[in-house]
Write a protein that binds this ligand. Structure first.
Ligand code: FO1
Length: 314
């Protein structure tokens, strides 16, 4: 009898925003229960409010992988109550950024640990272990990075633009404050260097992925390893499934389709995965200098998600 060999799986690192990245990670985990999965996560959306440090992309991924996320909202926890926010509103406090009663515990825990001198990487590891996830989440940097917008209303912080103004204002430019001086964490650098595949999740290229690319060292690694880098286009038929990716691409002068995404990632991506509805763009995407895979990229059910995971890994 031939002895069964233990299955050897490598490491996959996913450059991650929030919802799209969480779905990609979940699909990759279901596709291969043995692979080591690491998310290097955007922290440009992070904010300090009510004295609390809130990390929306890290928390969205954490809650989604734990199966505890609020599917309707796309952020926060399922089955939340909002008593604290209601009272805060009555007091005249800032209640435009909704923090559910249970979600608040995450921000309290994180903020207290940061005030004790822990890094964001350490606190994230602690939170992830409480949620018993089999995915490692790494903030791209422990240094403060803040994505900001020049808009028709003047400068806005990320969450002022996204939540307070419902991403419904004209954007003239995006800045990633603090990124140039931020240090790529040792853990994030290590995983980017050693993974067999680096996946750029179907997250917003301009506001979820670009802040990660701004951290010194990331572009160098991706450029050097580009044959192992695969990006999934978040635009399907010229539209984003969620959020303002399409509108921002248009306002900032990019083509609002898979070709525009491919041009944005030109030089750091060996393979672009585009949706079947965009199959007619395959040649133009390839002309940016990468291989192209055409498949269903909308992870609307388990079968589609697994198909995408298979393509991303192959
Ligand atoms: N998004 C909203 O549209 N409205 C909110 O009130 C809101 C609160 C919120 C609280 C915690 C959290 O982790 C995320 C939250 N989000 C909210 C989501 C959010 O900030 C954005 O979707 C992301 O930053 C974009 O990736």
């Amino acid at each position: 009898m031939i002895p069964k060999r233990p299955k050897v799986s490598g490491v996959i690192t996913v450059l991650s925003g929030g919802v799209g990245a969480a779905r990609m990670l979940r699909a990759l985990r279901r596709h291969d229960p043995d692979v080591e999965l690491v998310a290097v996560v955007n922290v440009g959306d992070d904010l300090v409010l009510h004295g609390l440090t809130i990390c929306p992309d890290l928390d969205t991924i954490m809650y989604t992988l734990a199966g505890a996320n609020n599917v309707e909202l796309g952020w926060g926890l399922a089955g939340e109550s909002w008593r604290v926010m209601e009272r805060l509103g009555e007091l005249g406090g800032e209640s435009w950024f909704g923090l559910g009663d249970v979600d608040l515990a995450t921000h309290l825990y994180r903020s207290q640990r940061l005030s004790q001198g822990a890094t964001k990487t350490e606190v994230t590891r602690e939170l992830v272990s409480k949620f018993e996830l089999d995915v490692t989440l790494l903030p791209v940097s422990d240094d403060p990075i803040a994505t900001e917008f020049d808009t028709e209303l003047g400068p806005l912080s990320f969450q002022e633009y996204f939540v307070r103004h419902h991403h419904d204002v004209v954007v003239r430019a995006i800045r990633v404050r603090g990124a140039a001086g931020a240090r790529l964490s040792d853990e994030a650098r290590d995983t980017l260097e050693r993974s067999e595949r680096i996946v750029i999740a179907p997250s917003n290229p301009l506001i979820s992925i670009d802040p990660i690319l701004h951290v010194p060292g990331v572009l160098d690694i991706l450029t050097r390893r580009r044959e192992d880098v695969v990006a999934v286009s978040p635009l399907v038929g010229g539209a984003a499934l969620k959020g303002p990716a399409d509108r921002l691409m248009r306002e900032l002068g990019h083509d609002v389709n898979a070709v525009g995404v491919a041009r944005f990632y030109q030089g750091i991506v060996g393979t672009m995965v585009i949706d079947v509805v965009d199959a007619d763009q395959a040649d133009a995407v390839a002309a940016t200098g990468c291989d192209v895979r055409v498949t269903t990229t909308v992870m609307s059910d388990e079968a589609h998600a697994l198909t995408l995971a298979e393509v991303v890994r192959s």
